[in-house]
Ligand binder design. Sequence first.
Ligand code: ZN
Ligand code: ZN
Length: 267
Amino acid sequence: MTPHPTALPRLFIGVTMPAPNKYIPYYDDIIEAMAGTGCAFCTLQLRAAERYIDALLWESVNDPRIRREVSAARGFCNHHAWLLVRPGGALSSAIIYKDVVQSAARIVQNPPAAAGSFWQRVWARLGGRTRHADALVAALSPQQPCPVCINAGEIDAHLSETVLAALAKSNDVLQHYQASSGLCLHHFRTLLSHVRRPAQRDALLAVQLEVWAALNVELAEFIRKNDHQFRGEKFGAERDAWERAIALTSGPQPAGKSQRGGLTQSL
Ligand SMILES: [Zn+2]
Ligand SMILES: [Zn+2]
């Protein structure tokens, strides 16, 4: 695990300075993640989400503004909510989710006034729904994105700009990218959306195509060895190619319970 980036000055090629209590990956964190398994951005996103939730549980749980945001989001998204399950996280999670549950109950007990014109009311009735139910459904829906997802969007932008800033200086990052497992489709799209130079776009497309081509070979080999004619052949590195293909297109398997330890609480 990389030490917290705010602790020491390190090579930093990027955009905004880190906000307090937020994990902002540095260029060498990206290179380190590219040497590991799976999409480097996904690896760093999980780390950022873990740190964000650390800060939330240990430092910000008594901040009513943060709890209002989580309540307005109707809780964290499914992907991030379960990261709250970590040693020492029970009490803070209970405090946060007590607000979420209470705010949902308040909405049901005091449903919002139905709005709409006469024809909208007629239309809603034709669809078998009342205006009241529509307003209630809307009010119970997330009023803003999950706070960790908002943070993830900022991290994605930062990672992309950091890679592109490094690429503007040398091809080193491209070589690390080439040797990596590649970026998942979501992060490849994100990175491409930040590219402003056609030459950079072409270079990134070429590298990702190489990654997909190598994976395709492994998938073909896996499929071939599943044919009864070749059942005698042992599986090699391609044995988990199908799982890597899922991760590289649909994203990594959502983390279950966090393994991070608590700092101040006993549960
Ligand atoms: Zn990814
Ligand atoms: Zn989320």
